[in-house]
Design a protein around this ligand. Structure first.
Ligand code: 5GP
Ligand code: SF4
Ligand code: MG
Length: 445
């Protein structure tokens, strides 16, 4: 998911809207904005893309006030009902609260069972609602103490933006799974999942929210607290591989450069005797450029993307996903005809995409098709907010590389090695669980 918050800016909802637009790639199922003028909270949510939801004159101007937060939804927990669309909003003894969450909690089910047994009623089946309950039911007096208590109970991935009548909070879980950055726009404080949102609204990037940090923006300024037990840092390496936008600066590195480097290392590890290198657009482009550069082969666009289709993977049903590849990609026949082609993609999840593109490339006349994947095999599901649901669906969890090659119908298949990946991002500080099954925190049923 993508989250944005603005503190102290006239027409704050406008900026949040633009921020959500920049973060559209992080979730395309639904979106919402909640604003406040210090008294009332104003809410608008819907299903679909940001510009489909905020599509009528007057919607954004009805979201009044100098504080606003927003959320793009990519469902990894809870069903598609509107009750699950964030930001979530509630009223309790300390006033109003709105919350936007990126990530997945691993112990929400148990906490929820406990709360329900004590009479709590839930409006949604999102794991995020648990956080609101824990804050509202805490016996502590100040909001800050209650928040800290609630956040000490939950476990898992949570980058949060929380709004009250007069302040906006930004929080990253102590493991630091998901990104969240702080920016500045004149006198306003802006929070966003990725720095590409700052670029769009003209905000200046200040720094990342640190793992386990609670940042508060209010009329006294910006305050930082570190109220949690230290955990070892586990930033999601998949953000670098696929999820984040290449123009974002994430954890002090430019995503584009990292992806290009992945292609270079992949070319060094698994070279091919071929005529051209093509990417699977858009996510495979930087890695393919890196591959072409390192191997000295010509780079070209042999697959042309229809830009009016979203990320195929994010469509929830398999039937749509099957169509998705053809809806989204077609071949440039002149580029491919008679050639030995290397096609570079960022990742293989179910294997649907690669099989279809290999077949497409071959039917456009390619003599050979070599598949190169700029990440290690995805073997294990993610419990921290990336939608790779069951182990069974992950082709690499039950197939050898040779079996994947056969299934894809390519002449050869090679993945970036885990060592190769670590040589680029670093040995430590990242979660690699979907590649090596080494989960920093277990999912609790
Ligand atoms: P597959 O068809 O193997 O299931 O999907 C692989 C393709 O989906 C790659 O082109 C990759 O860019 C894209 N993809 C889209 N969304 C995701 C996601 O959330 N996770 C992963 N791993 N790949 C995704
Ligand atoms: Fe990211 Fe994979 Fe870890 Fe999930 S399991 S947080 S996708 S690195
Ligand atoms: Mg892709």
């Amino acid at each position: 998911c993508g989250i944005v918050g603005v503190f102290n800016k006239e027409e704050a909802a406008n900026y949040v809207y633009l921020g959500l637009h920049a973060l559209q790639h992080r979730g395309q199922e639904a979106a919402g904005i909640i604003s406040t003028d210090g008294e009332s909270f104003y809410v608008h949510k819907g299903r679909g893309l940001v510009n489909e939801i905020f599509n009528k004159k007057g919607i954004i101007s009805s979201l009044k006030g100098r504080l606003a937060i927003g959320h793009n939804r990519y469902s990894t927990f809870g069903d598609e009902s509107l009750a699950n669309v964030q930001p979530l909003y509630a009223h309790f003894d300390l006033g109003n609260i709105a919350i936007a969450h990126n990530g997945n909690l691993v112990n929400a089910l148990g906490i929820k069972r406990h709360l329900v047994s004590e009479g709590a009623i839930f409006n949604s089946n999102s794991d995020t609602e648990v956080i609101i309950h824990l804050i509202a039911r805490s016996k502590k007096t100040s909001f800050f103490e209650r928040l800290v208590e609630a956040l000490s109970i939950i476990k898992g991935a949570f980058s949060l933006i929380i709004m009250r009548e007069d302040e906006v909070y930004a929080v990253r879980d102590p493991w630091g799974f998901r990104p969240l950055s702080i920016g500045k726009l004149d006198d306003a404080v802006v929070f966003a999942s990725e720095t590409c949102a700052f670029d769009l609204i003209g905000a200046e990037f200040i720094r990342d929210v640190e793992p386990g940090e609670v940042v508060i923006a209010n009329r006294d300024g910006v305050h930082s607290y570190k109220p949690f037990k230290n955990r070892s840092e586990h930033k999601c390496v998949f953000e670098y591989i696929y999820f984040a936008r290449p123009d974002s600066f994430l954890w002090d590195r430019h995503v584009y450069s990292i992806r290009k480097k992945m292609g270079e290392v992949l070319a060094a590890e698994s070279p091919v005797d071929a005529d051209i290198v093509i990417p699977t657009p858009d996510s495979g482009v930087p890695a393919a450029l890196g591959f072409a550069k390192a191997s000295g082969l010509q780079f070209d666009f042999g697959l042309i993307r229809n830009h009016y289709v979203g990320r195929t993977f994010i469509e929830p049903s398999q039937s749509i996903r099957n169509f998705g590849v053809r809806l989204k990609l077609n071949t440039a026949k002149d580029v491919l005809d008679g050639k030995r082609v290397v096609v570079v993609d960022d990742s293989i999840v179910r294997g649907t995409t690669s099989r279809r593109i290999v077949k497409m490339i071959r039917s456009a006349g390619a003599k050979e098709v070599h598949l190169r994947i700029a990440s290690p095999p995805v073997m294990s599901p993610c419990f921290y907010g990336i939608d790779t649901p069951t182990k069974k669906e992950l082709i690499a969890s039950s197939h050898t590389i040779e079996e994947i090659r056969k299934y894809s119908t390519a002449e050869s298949v090679a993945y970036l090695s885990l060592e190769g990946l670590k040589s680029i991002v670093g040995e430590n500080g990242y979660c690699f669980a979907c590649f090596n099954g080494d989960y920093p925190i277990e999912f609790e049923k």
